[in-house]
Ligand binder design. Structure first.
Ligand code: FES
Length: 130
């Protein structure tokens, strides 16, 4: 009887070891598939140099600085109001937080930067992923 209990424990340990090993190998060897969905698709030519396109409904700003094009969520990190995009900064109308054009906090009460969104260039278009 004792021999059966010992071999059962050994079997359970072996199964646990195999499961842990497979999950570890899976995590590091299998690439993560991006599950981000396209939010917006915009022609690059529509984004003004040194300017921004703002999509209020999607709550996204696509900003061009020199050759760089990037997208920010315009959801204020304080309490979620939509910030206004100006040529120099992004200003929250609710409690006055001010963010730089890169999303960094210049003035609170917000204490976290605006969320950067992934952007992909696809030919003549920019696709914002969310
Ligand atoms: S919601 Fe933007 S500062 Fe409060």
């Amino acid at each position: 009887m004792e021999k059966v209990g010992r071999s059962r424990r050994r079997f359970i340990k072996a199964v646990a070891f195999v499961i842990a090993s497979v999950s570890l190998v899976w995590k590091f060897l299998i690439p993560r598939v991006s599950r981000k969905k396209p939010l917006l698709r915009v022609a690059k030519a529509e984004i003004p140099p040194g300017g921004a396109l703002v999509f209020r409904k999607s709550r996204v700003a696509i900003i061009r600085e020199g050759d760089d094009i990037y997208a920010l969520s315009i959801v204020c990190t304080h309490l979620g109001c939509s910030v206004n995009v100006t040529p120099r900064e992004l200003i929250c109308p609710c409690h006055g937080s001010i963010f730089g054009r890169d999303g960094e906090v210049f003035k609170g009460p917000a204490n976290r930067p605006l969320k950067q969104l992934a952007v992909e260039e696809r030919g003549e278009f920019i696709v914002v992923l969310g």
